[in-house]
Write a protein that binds this ligand. Structure first.
Ligand code: SF4
Ligand code: SF4
Length: 372
């Protein structure tokens, strides 16, 4: 690819999906979360008011179509979080929050959440004890009753219910039984269930609960897992609920072998398991073109957290400034050339694609997003 075109592809297109991590503190301690394992590189804190005000200025300036109000951390742990959410009301056509809903909501708090466009919650198992062992501190009963409260609040206010979705993270301990999560998802009236592989994980074998990647399961257990996924699909599709599974996970379930590596990064020493990237291929990942997370400590993340911060949002005025960040440009270039960092090479969220095909995908994408 010619240098000029490459330069255009790495430096164009600001993100359209933006999230503001109003806090990185959390009331849970999920075993696969980086919170505790990366304490040294990532402080748990509520976003300082100065940064919140600046993030609001950036949003006003940039008008993103999609505005998330979470990152890592749990918004409901912030004192006065309802008022904090209300400050962002009307600032984007669609507002979204990821929450663990593990504290009992008051009616007013349920009303505050009911005003959002969408809410994502996490359920790995319908077994209370197991769920609590994997997502330490999680209370499944509270979560279920909070979902009902939010829907009741929306009905009371005469407004549409927020679109709710569930993420279920696959671990060796919880995947057998996943189809029950699908049944619960239907009864909770969510619009979709996403089965996600472990993006990264920390634990070796643990007698208390096996929160490792499911590739440690035996061939017989893996057959049961395939049955669980098929059954979940039947339950969900029969009820008109969407079912999402990332491509590498489907490939793995259907027989593609996986590789596991131990990496050390800003996330601390951790493990990753995914399907390998063939020679001449790259990750089919548009996240560094499409999304940005403004972190509670002032950083800017371009994807799921694996890459780390690529800049400081106190230094930008609009999302249009983000594509000029050198570290973001380097990441985009790596994806466009297939010269991947260990984080992207071992990423389980995106499929692989020949390098030239990916360059065409991004070229078309940049053209489609250019101002008319
Ligand atoms: S709820 Fe989210 S942020 Fe909190 S510990 Fe679990 S994975 Fe981490
Ligand atoms: S780690 Fe790389 S491939 Fe994975 S989501 Fe982030 S940018 Fe994309």
């Amino acid at each position: 690819m010619e240098n000029l075109i490459m330069d255009h592809l790495v430096s164009g297109t600001p993100p359209f999906s933006v999230s503001i991590e109003l806090t990185s503190k959390c009331n849970l301690r999920c075993r696969y979360c980086s919170m505790d394992n990366a304490k040294d590189s990532y402080k748990q804190q509520v976003m300082p008011e100065k940064l919140i005000s600046h993030a609001m200025e950036i949003v006003k300036e940039s008008h993103p179509p999609f505005l998330g109000l979470s990152g890592r951390g749990e918004i409901t742990t912030v004192k006065g979080w309802e008022a904090l959410l209300a400050r962002f009301k009307g600032m984007a056509p669609h507002t979204h929050v990821v929450t663990n809903l593990s504290v009992s909501l008051t009616w007013d708090q349920a009303c505050a959440l009911a005003e959002l466009g969408s809410i994502t919650i996490s359920i790995d198992s319908v077994d209370h004890k197991l769920m609590n062992k994997i997502r330490k501190g999680c209370d499944l009963d509270k979560l279920i009753s909070n979902v009902v409260m939010i829907k009741a609040a929306a009905r009371y206010m005469g407004r549409p219910k927020p679109n709710m979705s569930i993420i279920s993270v696959a671990t060796a301990a919880s995947i057998i039984g996943f189809s029950r999560v699908a049944a619960l998802a239907v009864e909770l009236g969510v619009s979709s269930l996403s089965l996600q592989d472990l993006v990264f994980y920390y634990e070796e074998e643990n007698p208390e609960v096996d929160a490792r990647h499911i590739s440690v399961l035996s061939p017989e257990e893996m057959n049961t897992v395939r049955g669980e996924v098929v059954r979940a699909n039947e339950i969900l599709s029969g009820a008109g609920v969407g079912f999402q599974v990332y491509t590498p996970f489907i490939q793995f379930l259907t027989g593609t072998p996986v590789v596991t590596e131990r990496l050390t990064s800003h996330l601390g020493p951790h493990l990753r398991t995914t399907t390998p990237v063939p020679e001449g291929h790259t990750r089919n990942c548009r996240m560094p073109w499409d999304m940005a997370i403004l972190l509670a400590d002032g950083g800017i993340e371009p994807c799921c957290g694996a890459i780390g911060s690529v800049g400081n949002f106190a230094e930008i005025k609009s999302f249009a400034d983000i594509p000029s960040l050198p570290r973001l440009q380097a990441l985009r270039r790596e994806l466009l050339t297939g010269q991947l960092s260990a984080e992207c090479r071992m990423c389980c969220q995106t499929s692989t694609v020949p390098v030239e095909e990916f360059q065409k995908i991004i070229s078309d994408h940049v053209v489609s997003r250019a101002p008319a």
